[in-house]
Design a protein around this ligand. Structure first.
Ligand code: SF4
Ligand code: SF4
Length: 459
């Protein structure tokens, strides 16, 4: 039995997870045209390996990671013809090159996919990593970090805990919850494979207590598979699913500034990623679908869909019966960490978790105020930072002060913005501040390298 610790700060927003968390995942029929982003991960966009006019099969590789770069492969979510490459709005803002595929509706499988399935129990850590790399699996909780790279980064380090993250602490979202209920054995088998790949001593599936059905199904799957996995029930507090907060809860350890979970002996994987890892290892199945929660006040009938990547968000909204009121704001992801969408033509990616809508009344006066120095943001910050300073120094572009007060340690959980009395646009200022600090650091690094080169030449 693991003894759990609590992290400081955090908030308790209304979770609004019903009724979607009680409804089975609906497989969404892919539309006639899918626009598949060549960037669905942290790192460099993939390079297309197909041409306009090519016929592609479901699961066929269409985008390769550029040589020596961080990334994850992209595969076709349907069978059909590549009709072009277009720049399309991306869920994280900006535009992204997409492969446009005319769906032939036949779902003809790429021959690399093994319907029968291989014996995963015999797979070595290298074979697991290779299968995950080939399948283009990424962190599906929204982060999008390439999973094979995460596994490789654990090599040479002592990993105590391999943790499947089923906290899903964001309001409205219930996609991971439903995956744990409906694909519990895949989740358990996946985390067991990942645990073997990183050579972890203990394997844990961590779920917030407000998901009793998921806890029951995962516990039943662990028992029926005879897996050496501990199921942990986490206290309900946002952002319990943050990697650093999970490590605090389960290991009572702190990840030092600038370090990774692996540096303190932890490897953390989202539960949906775990299920995808099992399918990649067993069937060579690439990651071409994801579960998406569609909810919020403007949605007629909230649901969870299993959607192919490249499906426009408009198709998901329509499948819920459309809107009961025109949304004033639409978010991709959860309301605390998600990004506002400018158009519903934006396609679903491997990291899409939600499409959440808000009425004009709900977003009235949001983030248009000034700081009144109430200090509430400091009290709730789970990273022990002073968010009001980021707002103040961000406004006057003081990069040195932003660095001094550790803006880079911010996990962008949104707790500070949630409680802010002054309705300060904290997250926008923090994101801009982090970008400024990153640019300043890159410039300093370049300057130092040049100075070193000059020095070497002079010698
Ligand atoms: S400063 Fe960052 S980590 Fe702290 S509450 Fe705000 S968003 Fe969260
Ligand atoms: S909560 Fe908002 S108003 Fe209060 S100190 Fe922080 S930034 Fe200022």
């Amino acid at each position: 039995m693991l003894k759990l610790s609590r992290f400081r700060g955090g908030v308790h927003p209304p979770y609004n997870k019903r009724p979607q968390n009680e409804r089975a995942i609906v497989p969404l029929a892919p539309g006639d045209t899918l626009k598949v982003p060549l960037s669905q991960h942290i790192g460099a966009p993939c390079v297309p390996v197909v041409n306009v006019g090519d016929y592609v099969k479901l699961g066929q590789l269409i985008g390769e990671v550029p040589e020596g770069k961080l990334g994850a492969r992209i595969h076709s979510p349907v069978s059909g013809t590549v009709t072009g490459f277009e720049m399309i709005p991306h869920q994280s803002g900006g535009f992204c090159k997409c492969a446009v595929i005319a769906n032939d509706g036949r779902d003809e499988l790429d021959p690399s996919i093994d319907r029968e399935g291989r014996d995963v129990d015999a797979m070595t850590p290298d074979e697991i990593t290779e299968a995950v790399r080939n399948a283009g699996i990424v962190g599906m909780g929204g982060a999008g970090f390439p999973t094979a790279v995460k596994i490789s980064s654990c090599r040479g380090k002592t990993i105590e805990f391999c943790i499947a993250n089923g906290a899903e602490c964001e309001p409205y979202l219930s996609c991971d919850d439903r995956v744990m209920v409906e694909h519990s054995e895949d989740v358990v088998r996946g985390v067991v494979l990942l645990s073997r790949a990183v050579n972890a001593r203990v394997t844990v599936i961590a779920i917030e207590k407000n998901k009793p059905a998921a806890i029951k199904c995962i516990e039943a799957a662990v028992a029926s598979l005879g897996a050496k996995v501990t199921v942990v029930q986490l206290p309900v507090k946002y952002p319990q699913g943050g990697e650093k907060q999970l490590i605090k809860a389960i290991m009572n350890a702190k990840v030092p500034s600038g370090k990774l979970p692996a540096d303190v002996g932890a490897a953390i994987f989202n539960v949906s990623s775990c299920a995808a890892v099992y399918n990649a290892c067993r069937h060579n199945m690439p990651l071409v679908t994801t579960t998406v929660t569609v909810a919020g006040s403007c949605i007629k009938s909230p649901e969870n869909f299993e959607a192919r990547v490249g499906t426009p968000f408009a198709v998901l909204a329509a499948a819920c019966g459309g809107f009961c009121e025109d949304p004033a704001k639409v978010i991709s992801g959860g309301p605390m960490t998600g990004a506002a969408l400018s158009t519903l033509e934006t396609p679903v990616t491997k990291t899409t978790t939600g499409l959440i809508t808000f009425t004009a009344e709900e977003v009235k006066g949001e983030y248009d105020g000034a700081c009144i120095r109430c200090g509430k943001c400091v009290g709730v910050c789970p990273m022990g930072l002073s968010p009001f300073l980021f707002a103040a120094y961000g406004e006057v572009n003081n990069t040195a002060a932003l660095t001094r007060y550790h803006v880079k340690d911010c996990i962008e959980c949104g707790c500070c913005a949630y409680v802010c009395t002054g309705r300060v646009p904290l997250i926008a200022r923090i994101r801009a501040g982090k970008a400024r600090v990153a640019i300043a650091e890159a410039e300093a690094k370049e300057k130092a390298a040049k100075a070193k080169e000059k020095e070497a030449e002079a010698k």
